[in-house]
Each structure stands twice: as C-alpha cells, then as structure tokens.
Design a protein around this ligand. Structure first.
Ligand SMILES: [Zn+2]
Ligand SMILES: [Zn+2]
Ligand SMILES: [Zn+2]
Length: 96
C-alpha cells in the first residue's frame, strides 16, 4: 500500500507511511542537512522519485529520498535512481 502523506508545493502527496522512516533520514519527514534542503521539492510521479529543483529549473534527486530507497529496496536499484541530467548544482559544482 502506498502510504501517506507529505507536502509538495503545498498539496498533499502520497509517499510512504511515516512509520517506515521513523528515526531515519527522509526527504519528507526528516530531511538531513544537505546542500539542497532549502530548494523546492518536486515529486516525479513517473519515476516515483523526489527531486529538488535548483534555481535553473533542473531537477536533482533528493539525497534523502535515495537514502530511503537504499534502505528499503536494496542499493542496486537506488543507484540508478540517482542518475539524472545534472547541471552541477546538487554537488555544488555549479557557478551560474
Ligand atoms: Zn518519511
Ligand atoms: Zn542549477
Ligand atoms: Zn544534480
């Protein structure tokens, strides 16, 4: 069952039951102190992936979402989830 509820641009969003990430990093319920934590979140329903949108409009996978997927699904799949068209912002390499 795909689970409850975080907020996404002010609207409700199906993510997972809060019990599944209790006490651990989670892009919705317990974001870690990463580079992108203040950026707007964008839920990619097509990929079932949480992204963070940089000021250039590029989407970067939320590291806490990847972390959650590594824990709950196994690392091989989560590794591919992290591949994205990147302008460098999520690793701090963007100077524009
Ligand atoms: Zn959570
Ligand atoms: Zn950027
Ligand atoms: Zn990126």
């Amino acid at each position: 069952m795909p689970d409850l509820i975080g907020m996404h641009f002010g609207g409700p969003l199906l993510v997972h039951d809060p019990a599944r990430c209790a006490g651990q990093r989670c892009c919705i319920h317990n974001p870690s102190d990463h580079l992108m934590r203040d950026w707007p979140q964008l839920w990619r329903d097509d990929r079932q992936l949480m992204e963070r949108v940089c000021r250039h409009g590029a989407g970067h996978p939320d590291p806490d979402d990847l972390d959650y997927k590594r824990r709950t699904r196994g690392d091989e799949y989560a590794h591919y989830e992290g591949i994205h068209g990147c302008d460098g912002c999520c690793s701090g390499r963007c100077d524009g």
